[in-house]
Write a protein that binds this ligand. Sequence first.
Ligand code: DGL
Length: 269
Amino acid sequence: MDNRPIGFFDSGLGGLSCLPSLLKKMPNEKVVYYGDTARTPYGSKSTATIEKFSFQISDYLVEHNVKMIVIACNTISATCLDALRRRHPQIPIIGVIEPIAQKIARDTAEETKIGVIGTKVTISSGAYANQITSRNKKVKLFSKACPAFVPLIEEGIIDDEIMDLTIKHYLDDFISDNGITKLVLGCTHYPFLTDNLHRIYPDLELLNPSQEVINTVQEILQKNDQLAGPNSLEHQCFASDLSEVFMNMISRIFNDESDVTVNIKKFED
Ligand code: DGL
């Protein structure tokens, strides 16, 4: 048993979309979450900048004595997973891409046309294509960067005509021209668009990587005998800017707000 928290981090509020699966499946686990809301988005930045910011945040999580780190961001997972593992060899570090890539490769028996959407950095890294098609050649993968989604979501512009128009701008032709039947939400911000996507494309199956990530977290903790037992510790959330939208998302994700503390933490640029 190990009651130390699990560290999660993202460029902003997107990584919070991984937490409902964790809280449901392993209710004893506590998290330290960091969202870099003042410096978001990362998805159009250079790898050197993303790595520098990720090291600052992961060092901070390690200072909080986390037993594991989940990189709750596709952009960072696509570019810095190996560097982060080298920096913190003493704890397991999990990215969000590999678990869903393995599942898609394993579960796809017939030729299937799957779309992946993500940030510019994630899509241009080819991380999804490499990890899926190297394991299963039957998957026909089509990728599309949707860089305007993250800034709109961070602004809380979700249940809004502007978001619907932006979705259609990026995805109408992409889905119909390529005959896509399944769409991987390759950015942890995008699960917040689930209702919009279901409404606009009712026949499209959405694949949200967070469930597989949390399954992997559970497998590793079980294997290392590190699952938490009942405890009264609090969840801790930090952000470089405590925006109203970030605070609202925290209230949505954690049912009992008395279980979570929220604080500001900035790093030098
Ligand atoms: N949630 C991040 C991801 O999964 C968003 C990246 C960004 O800040 O642009 O890629």
